[in-house]
Ligand binder design. Structure first.
Ligand SMILES: NC(=O)c1ccc[n+]([C@@H]2O[C@H](COP(=O)([O-])OP(=O)(O)OC[C@H]3O[C@@H](n4cnc5c(N)ncnc54)[C@H](O)[C@@H]3O)[C@@H](O)[C@H]2O)c1
Length: 329
């Protein structure tokens, strides 16, 4: 039986990918790893062989033996927070990925699919092309770029096959909406459910390519199995671009009522927009879900979720320069 291993299987991409594979490829056995630091066991579908492990631990290695495809999604992906938790960010992203790469090489894995990020481009020159020279502006982007380079080296030196994806603002059912540092749409949903205004940083004119997870699943599969995807770096992202203000307005209409509060601008890229040619030609990416449709699905799901409290860091590694809105919950 073909084996696929997913790290971060309790998270958005991991849980939804596992579900999609179980529905579309019943012949596949799925091994899932997650330490549940940012994902929820309730989101891991029945049928996954689940292991609660930290990917930086050597204990993961045995699970990789005889695996055809590894989807490596596990990471703490809080880009804006990353300058204030540098060490944690590099441990989670770089040390974690190094551990996965070692296990892939030793286990003779067929292909490693790694989710890098649009964060590698930095300010760039949107729409970002995969051939653009990365120039990240924060430690999260630096970490993702370092992982990309490390994986390429493992490819040339140890014969590891790989495909690197650069997702752009993926959202949808099973997203963590209880983390105040990441995933703006989920943060707004949490705020609204707790009778708080949506927060927008700066003037709200910054643009993003919000991408519904449902449109990313077939492309993720192809990144693992298609010969054309071998040793390619490919953006995954919607070709409809929205400003943060527009996104807030759409969510407000989906929910029915909401207020908005503007906060001081923070250190972030103005327009993070992907070029699409490769995602379409190699991965068959199709932008089927408008932001309104995707938010409707996510909001319907969010309302049925347990009332969890919001994750907050007790102590940041660095307090200097931290934004007021993160100092005082
Ligand atoms: N969602 C997006 O918009 C987006 C955009 C660009 C890149 N990515 C990347 O895609 C990947 C998946 O993102 P997501 O949105 O599903 O995030 P997520 O937080 O929903 O899922 C990540 C999962 O990894 C787990 N995890 C974290 N650290 C771990 C560790 N040390 N050991 C084991 N498990 C660990 C968490 O518990 C969580 O379940 C991440 O690598 C992220 O950087 C996501």
């Amino acid at each position: 039986m073909k084996k696929i291993l997913i790290t971060g299987v309790a998270g958005l991409l991991g849980s939804r990918m596992a579900e999609w594979i179980l529905q579309n490829h019943a012949e596949v056995k799925i091994i899932g790893i997650d330490d549940l630091s940012g994902g929820y066991i309730e989101h891991v579908p029945n049928g996954v062989e689940f292991h609660q492990l930290d990917i930086t631990s050597d204990e993961i290695a045995d699970l990789f033996k005889g695996v055809s495809i590894v989807y490596h999604f596990a990471a703490y992906a809080a880009e804006g927070l990353s300058p204030f938790i540098r060490k944690f960010n590099y441990r989670s992203n770089i040390v974690g990925t190094a551990s996965v790469v070692n296990a892939c090489i030793e286990g003779q894995v067929g292909r490693l699919v790694f989710t890098s990020s649009m964060a590698v481009y930095g300010v760039g020159n949107p729409p970002f092309k995969e051939s653009d020279l990365p120039e990240p502006i924060d430690p999260y982007g630096v970490a993702k770029y370092a992982c990309e380079m490390d994986i390429k080296i493992a490819g040339s030196q140890h014969g590891l096959d790989w495909c690197i994806l650069r997702p752009h603002n993926v959202y949808g059912r099973n997203q963590n909406i209880w983390d105040r540092y990441r995933n703006v749409l989920g943060i707004w949903m949490f705020q609204n459910m707790n009778e708080l205004p949506f927060t927008i940083f700066g003037d709200g004119r910054q643009q993003r390519a919000f991408s519904c997870i449902d449109d990313c699943l077939l492309p993720l599969w192809k990144a693992g199995v298609d010969a054309w995807a071998s040793k390619k770096i490919i953006n995954i992202g919607s070709w409809r671009y929205y400003s943060i203000q527009e996104a807030a307005q759409i969510l407000k209409e989906v929910i029915g009522k909401a207020t908005i509060r503007y906060e001081a601008a923070r250190h972030e890229v103005k327009d993070a927009l992907p070029a699409h040619e490769l995602s379409i030609s190699i991965l068959d990416y199709q932008d089927n879900t408008t932001l309104r449709m995707g938010l409707k699905m996510m909001w319907d799901w969010a309302q049925k979720q347990p009332r969890r409290s919001q994750k907050s860091w007790d102590k940041y590694e660095l307090e200097k320069g931290i934004y007021q809105f993160w100092k005082n919950p």
